[in-house]
Ligand binder design. Structure first.
Ligand code: HPA
Length: 280
Protein backbone atom coordinates (compact mmCIF):
# COMPACT_ATOMS: atom_id res chain seq x y z
CA UNK A 1 0.00 0.00 0.00
CA UNK A 2 2.81 2.40 0.91
CA UNK A 3 4.61 1.46 -2.29
CA UNK A 4 1.52 2.19 -4.35
CA UNK A 5 1.04 5.63 -2.80
CA UNK A 6 4.64 6.60 -3.26
CA UNK A 7 4.72 5.49 -6.88
CA UNK A 8 1.46 7.21 -7.65
CA UNK A 9 2.61 10.50 -6.30
CA UNK A 10 5.98 10.57 -8.10
CA UNK A 11 4.34 9.55 -11.35
CA UNK A 12 1.39 11.88 -10.82
CA UNK A 13 3.67 14.85 -10.27
CA UNK A 14 5.76 13.89 -13.32
CA UNK A 15 2.59 13.58 -15.43
CA UNK A 16 1.33 16.94 -14.10
CA UNK A 17 4.65 18.58 -15.05
CA UNK A 18 4.79 16.93 -18.47
CA UNK A 19 1.50 18.65 -19.30
CA UNK A 20 2.87 22.02 -18.23
CA UNK A 21 6.36 21.87 -19.74
CA UNK A 22 6.57 22.86 -23.41
CA UNK A 23 9.67 20.66 -23.92
CA UNK A 24 11.09 17.59 -22.16
CA UNK A 25 14.49 18.30 -20.56
CA UNK A 26 17.41 15.86 -20.44
CA UNK A 27 19.37 18.12 -18.04
CA UNK A 28 18.35 19.49 -14.66
CA UNK A 29 20.23 21.79 -12.31
CA UNK A 30 19.55 22.06 -8.58
CA UNK A 31 20.55 25.56 -7.48
CA UNK A 32 21.88 25.94 -3.97
CA UNK A 33 22.06 28.83 -1.52
CA UNK A 34 22.74 32.13 -3.29
CA UNK A 35 22.82 30.48 -6.73
CA UNK A 36 19.15 30.76 -7.70
CA UNK A 37 19.82 33.65 -10.09
CA UNK A 38 21.64 31.33 -12.48
CA UNK A 39 18.31 30.28 -13.99
CA UNK A 40 17.53 33.88 -14.91
CA UNK A 41 20.61 34.15 -17.14
CA UNK A 42 18.89 32.03 -19.79
CA UNK A 43 15.75 32.57 -21.89
CA UNK A 44 12.81 31.29 -19.87
CA UNK A 45 10.36 28.82 -21.40
CA UNK A 46 8.20 28.23 -18.34
CA UNK A 47 8.24 29.01 -14.60
CA UNK A 48 6.20 27.19 -11.96
CA UNK A 49 6.14 28.01 -8.21
CA UNK A 50 6.84 24.99 -6.02
CA UNK A 51 3.63 25.75 -4.15
CA UNK A 52 1.66 24.81 -7.32
CA UNK A 53 3.46 21.49 -7.85
CA UNK A 54 1.73 18.47 -6.30
CA UNK A 55 3.99 16.79 -3.74
CA UNK A 56 6.51 19.65 -3.48
CA UNK A 57 6.77 21.23 -0.06
CA UNK A 58 7.74 24.90 0.25
CA UNK A 59 11.39 25.85 0.75
CA UNK A 60 12.03 27.81 3.95
CA UNK A 61 15.82 28.19 3.67
CA UNK A 62 17.26 31.72 3.23
CA UNK A 63 17.79 32.79 -0.43
CA UNK A 64 16.05 29.72 -1.78
CA UNK A 65 13.36 30.95 -4.13
CA UNK A 66 11.10 27.96 -4.67
CA UNK A 67 10.50 27.94 -8.44
CA UNK A 68 10.92 25.34 -11.12
CA UNK A 69 12.20 27.09 -14.24
CA UNK A 70 12.49 25.57 -17.68
CA UNK A 71 15.01 27.65 -19.62
CA UNK A 72 16.85 27.32 -22.87
CA UNK A 73 20.61 26.84 -22.60
CA UNK A 74 22.20 26.82 -26.06
CA UNK A 75 18.90 25.53 -27.51
CA UNK A 76 18.67 22.73 -24.92
CA UNK A 77 15.69 22.79 -22.56
CA UNK A 78 17.10 22.67 -19.00
CA UNK A 79 15.09 22.41 -15.80
CA UNK A 80 16.38 24.60 -12.99
CA UNK A 81 15.25 24.00 -9.43
CA UNK A 82 15.53 27.35 -7.70
CA UNK A 83 15.84 26.15 -4.15
CA UNK A 84 15.86 22.75 -2.52
CA UNK A 85 14.42 21.13 0.57
CA UNK A 86 16.82 20.48 3.42
CA UNK A 87 16.56 17.84 6.09
CA UNK A 88 17.19 20.52 8.74
CA UNK A 89 13.98 22.28 7.72
CA UNK A 90 12.16 19.37 9.34
CA UNK A 91 11.11 17.56 6.19
CA UNK A 92 11.24 13.80 5.97
CA UNK A 93 14.00 12.45 3.72
CA UNK A 94 11.27 11.30 1.32
CA UNK A 95 10.20 14.94 0.92
CA UNK A 96 13.80 16.14 0.52
CA UNK A 97 14.41 13.76 -2.38
CA UNK A 98 10.95 13.94 -3.96
CA UNK A 99 11.99 16.51 -6.62
CA UNK A 100 14.96 14.34 -7.63
CA UNK A 101 12.68 11.31 -8.06
CA UNK A 102 10.31 13.41 -10.15
CA UNK A 103 13.22 14.50 -12.37
CA UNK A 104 14.08 10.85 -12.99
CA UNK A 105 10.43 10.07 -13.80
CA UNK A 106 10.42 13.01 -16.23
CA UNK A 107 13.27 11.41 -18.16
CA UNK A 108 16.09 13.68 -16.99
CA UNK A 109 19.39 11.91 -17.70
CA UNK A 110 21.91 14.31 -16.20
CA UNK A 111 21.59 16.02 -12.83
CA UNK A 112 23.82 18.96 -11.99
CA UNK A 113 23.84 19.74 -8.29
CA UNK A 114 25.18 22.97 -6.79
CA UNK A 115 25.53 24.12 -3.21
CA UNK A 116 27.19 26.58 -0.86
CA UNK A 117 29.68 24.92 1.45
CA UNK A 118 32.12 25.61 4.25
CA UNK A 119 35.81 24.95 3.64
CA UNK A 120 37.89 22.55 5.68
CA UNK A 121 41.09 23.42 3.78
CA UNK A 122 43.18 26.58 3.83
CA UNK A 123 43.71 26.25 0.06
CA UNK A 124 39.95 26.47 -0.59
CA UNK A 125 39.12 30.07 0.35
CA UNK A 126 35.68 31.72 0.18
CA UNK A 127 34.76 32.11 -3.49
CA UNK A 128 36.49 28.88 -4.60
CA UNK A 129 34.55 26.83 -7.14
CA UNK A 130 34.98 23.19 -6.21
CA UNK A 131 34.07 20.21 -8.36
CA UNK A 132 32.97 17.33 -6.14
CA UNK A 133 34.97 14.16 -6.64
CA UNK A 134 33.24 12.15 -3.92
CA UNK A 135 31.22 12.55 -0.74
CA UNK A 136 30.87 11.36 2.83
CA UNK A 137 27.33 10.87 4.05
CA UNK A 138 27.42 11.98 7.68
CA UNK A 139 23.72 12.80 7.93
CA UNK A 140 23.04 9.73 10.03
CA UNK A 141 20.40 8.54 7.60
CA UNK A 142 20.02 7.56 3.97
CA UNK A 143 17.23 8.54 1.57
CA UNK A 144 16.92 4.96 0.34
CA UNK A 145 16.07 3.47 3.74
CA UNK A 146 12.78 1.58 3.61
CA UNK A 147 11.03 -0.51 1.01
CA UNK A 148 12.96 -0.51 -2.27
CA UNK A 149 10.83 -0.09 -5.33
CA UNK A 150 12.69 -1.96 -8.08
CA UNK A 151 10.96 0.27 -10.62
CA UNK A 152 12.87 3.22 -9.17
CA UNK A 153 16.27 1.54 -8.80
CA UNK A 154 18.15 -1.36 -7.23
CA UNK A 155 18.29 -2.16 -3.50
CA UNK A 156 22.03 -1.62 -3.10
CA UNK A 157 23.08 0.97 -5.67
CA UNK A 158 26.81 1.40 -6.13
CA UNK A 159 28.36 4.62 -4.90
CA UNK A 160 31.61 3.95 -6.71
CA UNK A 161 32.24 7.19 -8.62
CA UNK A 162 28.88 8.86 -7.99
CA UNK A 163 30.20 11.98 -9.75
CA UNK A 164 30.53 11.07 -13.41
CA UNK A 165 34.20 10.94 -14.47
CA UNK A 166 33.44 11.90 -18.10
CA UNK A 167 31.36 14.89 -17.03
CA UNK A 168 34.08 15.97 -14.61
CA UNK A 169 36.79 15.79 -17.25
CA UNK A 170 34.72 17.74 -19.76
CA UNK A 171 34.13 20.46 -17.16
CA UNK A 172 37.85 20.63 -16.39
CA UNK A 173 38.55 21.24 -20.08
CA UNK A 174 35.84 23.87 -20.31
CA UNK A 175 37.05 25.71 -17.19
CA UNK A 176 40.61 25.73 -18.56
CA UNK A 177 39.40 27.10 -21.90
CA UNK A 178 37.39 29.80 -20.15
CA UNK A 179 40.33 30.67 -17.90
CA UNK A 180 38.38 29.90 -14.73
CA UNK A 181 40.21 28.30 -11.81
CA UNK A 182 38.33 25.40 -10.26
CA UNK A 183 39.31 23.01 -7.50
CA UNK A 184 38.39 19.47 -6.55
CA UNK A 185 37.09 18.24 -3.25
CA UNK A 186 35.25 15.71 -1.14
CA UNK A 187 31.97 17.00 0.33
CA UNK A 188 30.80 15.88 3.73
CA UNK A 189 27.09 16.28 4.47
CA UNK A 190 25.80 17.05 7.95
CA UNK A 191 22.17 17.59 8.87
CA UNK A 192 22.71 21.03 10.39
CA UNK A 193 21.23 23.45 11.20
CA UNK A 194 23.86 24.15 13.87
CA UNK A 195 27.24 24.78 12.30
CA UNK A 196 30.17 22.54 13.06
CA UNK A 197 32.39 22.81 16.10
CA UNK A 198 36.14 23.10 15.70
CA UNK A 199 36.50 19.51 16.90
CA UNK A 200 33.99 18.29 14.31
CA UNK A 201 35.76 20.19 11.55
CA UNK A 202 39.12 18.72 12.58
CA UNK A 203 37.61 15.23 12.57
CA UNK A 204 36.01 15.71 9.12
CA UNK A 205 39.24 17.06 7.64
CA UNK A 206 41.17 14.08 9.02
CA UNK A 207 38.70 11.73 7.29
CA UNK A 208 39.51 13.30 3.93
CA UNK A 209 36.64 15.78 3.63
CA UNK A 210 37.45 19.15 2.06
CA UNK A 211 34.02 20.76 2.30
CA UNK A 212 31.11 20.61 4.68
CA UNK A 213 27.48 21.37 3.92
CA UNK A 214 23.87 20.48 4.67
CA UNK A 215 22.58 19.24 1.33
CA UNK A 216 23.47 17.52 -1.95
CA UNK A 217 24.24 14.00 -0.69
CA UNK A 218 20.57 12.89 -0.40
CA UNK A 219 19.89 14.11 -3.95
CA UNK A 220 23.04 12.51 -5.35
CA UNK A 221 22.32 9.14 -3.72
CA UNK A 222 18.77 9.27 -5.10
CA UNK A 223 19.91 10.31 -8.57
CA UNK A 224 22.46 7.48 -8.75
CA UNK A 225 19.83 5.03 -7.50
CA UNK A 226 17.63 6.17 -10.40
CA UNK A 227 20.49 5.83 -12.91
CA UNK A 228 20.95 9.52 -13.59
CA UNK A 229 24.48 10.78 -14.19
CA UNK A 230 25.60 13.40 -11.70
CA UNK A 231 27.87 16.43 -11.76
CA UNK A 232 28.19 18.60 -8.66
CA UNK A 233 29.90 21.84 -7.68
CA UNK A 234 30.23 23.65 -4.39
CA UNK A 235 30.92 27.32 -4.02
CA UNK A 236 32.93 27.91 -0.87
CA UNK A 237 31.14 30.63 1.06
CA UNK A 238 33.17 30.56 4.26
CA UNK A 239 36.03 28.91 6.04
CA UNK A 240 34.68 26.45 8.55
CA UNK A 241 35.30 27.04 12.23
CA UNK A 242 38.62 25.26 11.89
CA UNK A 243 40.27 28.49 10.78
CA UNK A 244 38.76 31.38 12.68
CA UNK A 245 37.22 32.53 15.91
CA UNK A 246 34.33 34.56 14.55
CA UNK A 247 30.99 33.12 13.53
CA UNK A 248 30.22 33.74 9.84
CA UNK A 249 27.09 35.53 8.74
CA UNK A 250 24.42 34.63 6.19
CA UNK A 251 25.40 37.84 4.28
CA UNK A 252 28.97 36.56 3.91
CA UNK A 253 27.61 33.29 2.52
CA UNK A 254 25.39 35.02 -0.06
CA UNK A 255 28.11 37.46 -1.16
CA UNK A 256 30.54 34.74 -2.21
CA UNK A 257 27.87 32.58 -3.81
CA UNK A 258 27.00 35.52 -6.09
CA UNK A 259 30.46 36.24 -7.54
CA UNK A 260 31.57 32.68 -8.21
CA UNK A 261 28.06 31.69 -9.25
CA UNK A 262 28.51 33.79 -12.39
CA UNK A 263 31.65 31.86 -13.38
CA UNK A 264 30.06 28.53 -12.52
CA UNK A 265 27.11 29.45 -14.74
CA UNK A 266 29.47 29.88 -17.71
CA UNK A 267 31.09 26.49 -17.11
CA UNK A 268 27.75 24.72 -16.77
CA UNK A 269 26.19 26.36 -19.86
CA UNK A 270 29.11 25.22 -22.00
CA UNK A 271 29.00 21.79 -20.36
CA UNK A 272 25.33 21.40 -21.28
CA UNK A 273 26.06 22.41 -24.87
CA UNK A 274 28.94 19.96 -25.27
CA UNK A 275 27.50 17.12 -23.19
CA UNK A 276 24.25 17.15 -25.15
CA UNK A 277 26.26 16.31 -28.28
CA UNK A 278 28.78 13.97 -26.67
CA UNK A 279 26.73 11.92 -24.22
CA UNK A 280 22.99 12.20 -24.89
N1 HPA B 1 28.87 24.43 7.31
C1 HPA B 1 27.80 23.76 6.88
N2 HPA B 1 27.07 24.16 5.84
C2 HPA B 1 27.44 25.29 5.22
C3 HPA B 1 28.55 26.05 5.63
C4 HPA B 1 29.30 25.58 6.73
O1 HPA B 1 30.30 26.19 7.16
N3 HPA B 1 28.65 27.10 4.77
C5 HPA B 1 27.63 26.99 3.89
N4 HPA B 1 26.90 25.90 4.15
Amino acid sequence: MLKENKMTSINETAAWLKEKLPQQPKFAVILGTGLSDMAEAFPELCKIPYTDIPGFVSSTAPSHKGFLVLAEVHKQPVLFLQGRFHYYEGYAMQQVIFPTRVLAALGVKALIVTNAAGSLRQELPPGAIVQLTDHINFMGTNPLIGHNDEDLGERFPSMNQPYDPDYRLLCDEIAATQGITTHKGVYLAVTGPSLETKAECAAFASWGADLVGMSTVPEVITARHAGMKVLAYSIVTNYSNLFHEQAHSQEEIRHHAGISGYQLKNILAEFILQASHKFH
